[in-house]
Design a protein around this ligand. Structure first.
Ligand code: UGA
Length: 439
């Protein structure tokens, strides 16, 4: 919404939320999320054509277009628990829009939703005897965290799904006008509603599938002395395959991949496409396997016991340039290391507050330390889980000197210079390549 406000001075954008705390933060100097480049852009539009408010009912009434961007978490209870999407927030929002609308509106699905959710939205919006007309569009978001600004300002594509009716097409054109303020026309794709809804899930499923595919090959590389980075380069130069999203790691995280794939699996099961469901579910299984494999590699390398050993954990966010830790592999990995009775010293430039919350209640000894060198002091090993660029710039000779020997480093992202670390004296365990050890 900030980018829309920046690019479209002729529109007034108001972001509403039921959380007063969040709205207050959006109106303050300390925004509630960290995203590179966002703060400057919020500040340049806030108070001019970008507003943050808790006056939801009034803002619904005043709006011509409403972007529904509420969370759609995985259901944790009842039918479909663990896979299906919990639609309660979408339904509550639809009812609130219906109750507070006195003029016709375009309602845009921004949240990631199961296919055919627009049908439910329309049914709720048009129920009762309100004469107001609602046109529902699907306009899924493809930006990724950490690169949100460039993804929005220079998107690969904008997808808009609508009904193939005169009013559906008119609404679609109104939404297209907004994006045409800065996105070249050829990057705007229009489809029917259901294709648009399904494309969002499928895009994330394909991206996650690439990560699981390369992670599965990483395990084969480790036992055959192949090098997964070389394999990624060799296959990625085939233009049919492409080079991006082929970095092996400790497993994918984030609020979307697991949730969206499980939603796709649930939909396939619902339509009794059991083979298709099993195919996509395997992407998640390989991810679980990859996180567990990372822990086992640490355990095996460190003589099959971690009891009382100190491990510095470098990075907790699910990826660099964000403080977001939702479904971060670090959560699973740290809990497992604590099960093995390791003592953890966790460091991350932006995610320590979230890390504290994520590990609340986990049994064992955990410290949260801002300075990575301090976190590594006296440690038996370093587990690098998030590839923050600052971890490349550290003085590893100095770090090595302060650590217990033999000193181990488990580079879960193949982020560091392994040969240099080995020459310093570290026993180095990358992902998907043979270890370099002095043992
Ligand atoms: C993802 C998609 O990339 C966005 O297009 C989409 O809009 C977004 O979900 C969403 O649905 O909201 P995001 O979750 O922010 O974006 O992060 P990604 O960059 O996709 O990374 C996801 C995870 O995969 C991270 O843990 C990352 O470390 C991991 N990853 C990614 C790898 O392990 N290897 C790779 O080569 C790429």
């Amino acid at each position: 919404m900030t980018i829309i406000a920046n690019k479209c001075p002729d529109y007034k954008v108001t972001v509403v939320d039921i959380s007063e705390e969040k709205i207050n933060a959006w109106n303050s100097d300390k925004l509630p999320i960290f995203e590179p480049g966002l703060k400057e852009r919020v500040l340049s539009a806030r108070g001019k054509n970008l507003f943050f408010s808790t006056e939801i009912d009034r803002c619904i009434d005043e709006a011509d277009i409403i972007f529904v961007s509420v969370n759609t978490p995985t259901k944790t209870f009842g039918e479909g628990a663990g896979k299906a999407v919990d639609l309660q927030f979408i339904e509550q929002t639809a009812r609130r829009i219906k109750e507070n609308s006195k003029s016709n509106k375009i309602v845009v699905e921004k949240s990631t939703l199961p296919v055919r959710a627009a049908e439910t939205l329309k049914t709720i919006l048009h129920s009762g005897n309100n004469s107001v007309q609602f046109e529902v569009l699907s306009n899924p978001e493809f930006m990724a965290e950490g690169t949100g600004i460039s993804d929005m300002e220079d998107p690969d594509r904008i997808l808009i799904g609508s009904m193939d009716t005169p009013s559906g097409i008119a609404a679609r054109d109104i939404l297209m006008d907004i994006y045409l303020h800065w996105v070249p026309g050829e990057r705007l794709i229009t489809t029917n509603l259901w294709s648009s809804e399904i494309s969002k899930l499928v895009a994330n499923a394909f991206l996650a599938q690439r990560v699981s595919s390369i992670n599965s090959i990483a395990s084969l590389c480790e036992v055959t002395e192949a090098d997964v980075t070389e394999v990624s380069r060799a296959i990625g130069m085939d233009s049919r395959i492409g080079s991006r999203f082929l970095n092996a790691g400790p497993g994918f995280g984030g609020s979307c991949f697991r949730k969206d794939i499980l939603n796709l699996v649930y939909l396939c099961e619902h339509y009794q496409l059991n083979e298709v469901a099993a195919f996509w579910e395997q992407v998640v299984s390989i991810n679980d396997y990859q996180m567990e494999r990372y822990v086992r590699r640490i355990l095996q390398a460190m003589f099959n016991t971690l009891t009382g050993k100190k491990l510095a954990v470098f990075g907790f966010a699910f990826k660099p340039d964000t403080g977001d830790t939702r479904d971060a592999p670090a959560i699973y990995i740290c809990k497992r290391l604590l099960d093995e009775k390791a003592c953890l010293k966790i460091t991350d430039p932006y995610a320590l507050d979230n890390a504290r919350k994520d590990l609340q209640g986990a049994e064992g000894k955990v410290d949260f330390i801002e300075d990575p060198c301090q976190a590594a002091e006296g440690a038996h090993g370093i587990a690098l889980i998030t590839e923050w660029s600052l971890y490349k710039q550290l003085d590893y000779q100095k770090i090595f000197d302060t650590m217990e020997k033999p000193a181990f480093i488990f580079d879960g992202r193949n982020h560091l210079d392994h040969q240099a670390l080995y020459e310093i004296g570290f026993n180095v365990y990358p992902v998907g390549k043979p270890a370099l050890t002095h043992l």
